[in-house]
Design a binder for this molecule. Structure first.
Ligand SMILES: Cc1cc2nc3c(=O)[nH]c(=O)nc-3n(C[C@H](O)[C@H](O)[C@H](O)COP(=O)(O)O)c2cc1C
Length: 306
């Protein structure tokens, strides 16, 4: 009998049973999927982005399908950190799966308010800062565009928690390695690469945007090769672990990200076609690992031959 491959990976101080996490904004707060997915099988769950106060989000329509992907303008709708802690976390605590709280705000203070509230409760394994948010104090420019601003935010979050701190980078920058290094130096434990790409979809009859807003973010298989390159570039620039995501649908996609340098991956848009996508991939990577004689998934990380 061939040995079962070891799927465990280590992201900083956090050991995950396998490298597959559900991505923010595509898997609710996790609990809503419990009747469809065995949440205990997942390497981790990243929550929908949480803000200090509830947000209603953008007007519909919020999703538009495109070639090999989709554009979304959800507008960061969420129930707010307090309701998350009161209504969602108690049920999530019954699973051993690490829960990563995705955090955002329109000012540094708002990010810290979310973290400070969650610091008082059990059941949060770590934080993922979404830096692809307009900074109202910084003229509306995203936090993740300028290395100095990204470092200031990461440093302030670092001072607020001893829990694992991940920074989720924007792909919409000229030099992602510079932002990655700034976040690493400011105390990030890992980097998530990357968020969606600014995009538009137009209805030629009405000549309106096909979304409730002028533009949104492109995700899905269309972005996979582009983000894979960003993951490679970031892995060359930093020593901390990198979590790759963008367009993952198959076990082979997961392996590509690992070989390019990622320690773990997240699955996003694939949940819209198949809510069980992340669990299916946990099973899928085990099968592929057996086929190609990989005994330990972690041995794939940064194994690209040049
Ligand atoms: C509908 C939707 C909502 C999202 N909401 C968030 C969010 O709240 N916070 C965040 O950091 N990323 C959010 N994202 C980005 C995803 O987590 C992911 O980075 C991106 O979609 C690329 O991965 P994918 O191609 O596997 O979907 C969202 C994506 C989608 C499609």
């Amino acid at each position: 009998m061939p040995q079962r491959p070891d799927l465990r990976v280590r992201v900083g101080s956090l050991e995950l049973a396998n490298p597959i996490l559900a991505a923010s904004g595509t898997f609710g707060y996790g609990v809503e999927f419990a009747h469809l997915v065995d949440l205990s099988r997942l390497g981790g769950i990243v929550t929908k982005g949480l803000s200090a106060h509830p947000m209603a989000g953008a007007p519909p329509p919020r999703l538009a399908e495109t070639a090999s992907g989709m554009v979304n303008a959800v507008g960061l709708q969420n129930i707010g950190v307090r309701a998350f802690a009161d209504e969602k976390l108690p049920a999530l605590r019954s699973y051993r799966t690490p829960i990563i709280a995705n955090v955002f705000g329109s000012s540094l203070r708002e990010y810290l308010e979310v973290i400070e509230l969650l610091e008082k409760v059990e059941g949060v394994a770590g934080y993922e800062l979404n830096v692809s948010c307009p900074n109202t104090e910084g003229g509306g420019r995203e936090f993740g565009i300028d290395p100095g601003v990204a470092a200031k935010l990461t440093g302030a979050a670092r001072d607020a928690t001893k829990r694992p701190l991940w920074v989720k980078l924007s792909p919409n920058v000229t030099d992602i390695a510079a932002i990655a290094k700034a976040a690493e130096q400011a105390g990030a434990d890992a980097l998530t690469v990357a968020n969606t790409y600014p995009a538009m979809v137009v209805d030629i009859r009405s000549r309106h945007s096909r979304l409730g807003r002028l533009s949104g973010g492109l995700s899905g298989p269309a972005i996979k090769p582009i983000t894979l390159k960003l993951v490679y570039d970031v892995c060359q620039a930093v020593r901390i672990p990198v979590i790759g995501l963008g367009g993952i649908e198959t076990a082979e996609d997961v392996f590509e990200y690992l070989v390019a340098g990622a320690t773990a991956v997240q699955v996003g848009t694939a949940h819209f076609a198949d809510p069980r996508a992340s669990q299916r991939l946990v099973e899928g990577i085990e099968e592929v690992a057996k086929k190609i004689n990989v005994n330990s998934i972690s041995s794939l990380t940064a194994s690209l031959r040049l």
